[in-house]
Every structure is written in structure tokens, then in C-alpha cells.
Design a protein around this ligand. Structure first.
Ligand SMILES: Nc1ncnc2c1ncn2[C@@H]1O[C@H](COP(=O)(O)OP(=O)(O)O)[C@@H](O)[C@H]1O
Ligand SMILES: [Mg+2]
Length: 251
């Protein structure tokens, strides 16, 4: 069983973005049970977002660069540990992997991952669990990279069968479904339909919201990865690539 699935766990899904440092424990537990199920037939890489932990860290840094490094590393490590703990409790052989040990930003600002390290972990039967956060930049210093970007890059480099963005909503809509103005779920998103999608960037998303997510999804789709975005209820359909109430991204 060499088929690989990369799952991005949305920060909105596993934390409450309205309240600082608040885990959505039930959601995390049910996602973890689903991850255990996937592990029975596939290899798995998990990337999670920062949600209200990432946002809290940025607030605490109050604009100071060095403080940002200190706070982001600390709070994202706390969140990663909670995710890994919950996964392990459900029988997933999860191994936390800080992004700083996994990726660099190259001269063009593109995120490059150490595919060899991740392959080794997968080969050993483990499930790497990394997250959005700080990576080294070739130009010097550290930069924040979104979990959406890391997930896409990992899926491309590892030749994943599928890249799944698990969200707190059923997929990508014509506009923000939380704004409640007759938003319609889109079954397919293409580069052409991208410009028609409206999204309110929630104040609690540090790294770009729905638009960045779609740009990264498209990049992976262009490289031949099957890409889906949706909620936990449709996870199995997204893994198997069968019809369901979720969004597919086509190049
Ligand atoms: N057009 C849209 N389609 C789907 N979700 C949208 C859209 N516009 C805004 N959103 C909001 O984006 C959120 C998901 O993005 P984000 O908060 O960045 O999630 P994540 O934590 O998964 O990265 C949803 O909770 C939704 O309210
Ligand atoms: Mg986001």
C-alpha cells in the first residue's frame, strides 16, 4: 500500500477561531478517528493550520519580529502536540514535525520541502504531522508559511494520490457561507471560476484565507494531484475520489 493521501486540517476546524487558544476537542477527536481509518489502506501526511493559536501568537508578538518567532514557535508547538496526542490516542502513529525542520523558502520565495525526510518517516510506517509556521528563508531569517502551502508542496513532491483540504464548511462556495447571503457550494473550481469566488477573509486567519487555499490547491492540481476541499462528513468520499457534497479543483 504505497498510495499516499495528504490531509490539511483547517485551523478553523480544529480550533475555535473566535476564541484565543481554544481547541475544538470533539472535532479533533472525530477527525483523528477518520485519520486512523485512512491509515488502514493508505500512507498519510497531515498538515494543520494555526487557527486561534496562530492568531494569538501574532497578537502577542505585537509587531516585533523576534517576539513573533518566539511566540509562533511556542504556540504552534503546543497546538501540534495536542493534535499529535489526539491522533495517537486513536491509534495513528503520528510524529510531530516542525516546519522549520522540514522546509525552506528558496530565492524566489517558493516553499521547498525535505521530501527525503518525510519519505523516510512514511517508509517507517509513521504519519508525519507538520503545520503552518516558521521556515528558514534562503534570503536569510525566518518566514511564516501557511499550512495550505506546505500541504500542496508536500503533495506535489511526494506524488500524492490526493490532497484534501478539510474545512469547517462543506467546501468552496460562491461567497462566504458564514455570511449567509445565499452562498452556493461549488462542485468544481477551475482557474476560470476562481475570480468569481468571493471570500471574506476572517480576521482570525493569519495567512490568507480561502483565496490562498485555492491558489495552492490549483498548483497541486496542475501537477497532477487530485485535489478536494470539504468537511469531515465527506472525507471518505474525498479519499476514494467518489461523488459527494464537496469541491474538486481542476487545472
Ligand atoms: N467562498 C468561500 N467558500 C468557502 N469558505 C469561505 C468562503 N469565503 C470565506 N470562507 C470562510 O473561510 C473559512 C475557511 O478558511 P480558513 O478560515 O482560512 O480555514 P482553514 O482554517 O481551513 O485554513 C470558512 O470557515 C468560511 O467561513
Ligand atoms: Mg486558512
Amino acid at each position: 500500500m504505497h498510495r499516499l493521501i495528504v490531509v490539511k486540517l483547517g485551523g478553523s476546524l480544529i480550533t475555535d477561531k473566535q476564541r484565543p487558544l481554544s481547541l475544538r476537542r470533539e472535532a479533533l477527536a472525530s477527525v483523528s478517528r477518520e485519520m486512523a481509518e485512512i491509515c488502514e489502506s493508505r500512507r498519510l501526511v497531515i498538515v494543520h493550520g494555526g487557527g486561534s493559536f496562530g492568531h494569538f501568537a501574532v497578537l502577542r508578538a505585537a509587531g516585533s519580529r523576534s517576539k513573533l518567532v518566539e511566540e509562533v514557535r511556542y504556540w504552534m508547538t503546543q497546538l501540534n502536540l495536542e493534535v499529535v496526542r489526539t491522533l495517537r490516542e486513536r491509534g495513528v502513529p503520528a510524529v510531530g514535525l516542525p516546519p522549520i525542520a522540514l522546509a525552506v523558502l528558496d530565492g524566489e520565495g517558493l516553499c521547498r520541502v525535505d521530501a527525503e525526510l518525510v519519505s523516510w518517516l512514511l517508509e517507517a510506517g509513521l504519519v508525519p504531522v507538520t503545520h503552518g509556521g516558521l521556515v528558514r528563508a534562503e534570503a536569510g531569517g525566518l518566514e511564516i508559511v501557511s499550512g495550505d502551502t506546505l500541504a500542496s508542496e508536500l503533495a506535489v513532491r511526494l506524488g500524492a494520490e490526493a490532497l484534501i483540504y478539510l474545512m469547517d464548511v462543506d467546501g468552496v462556495y460562491t461567497s462566504d457561507p458564514r455570511a449567509g447571503e445565499g452562498a452556493r457550494l461549488l462542485k468544481v473550481v477551475t482557474p476560470r471560476s476562481l475570480d468569481t469566488i468571493r471570500g471574506s477573509s476572517s480576521g482570525m486567519d493569519v495567512t490568507g484565507g480561502i483565496r490562498l487555499k485555492l491558489m495552492e490547491a490549483l498548483r497541486a492540481a496542475r501537477s497532477g494531484v487530485r485535489v478536494a476541499l470539504g468537511g469531515v462528513r465527506e472525507l471518505r468520499a474525498m479519499v476514494e475520489g467518489v461523488e459527494g457534497r464537496y469541491t474538486i479543483v481542476k487545472p
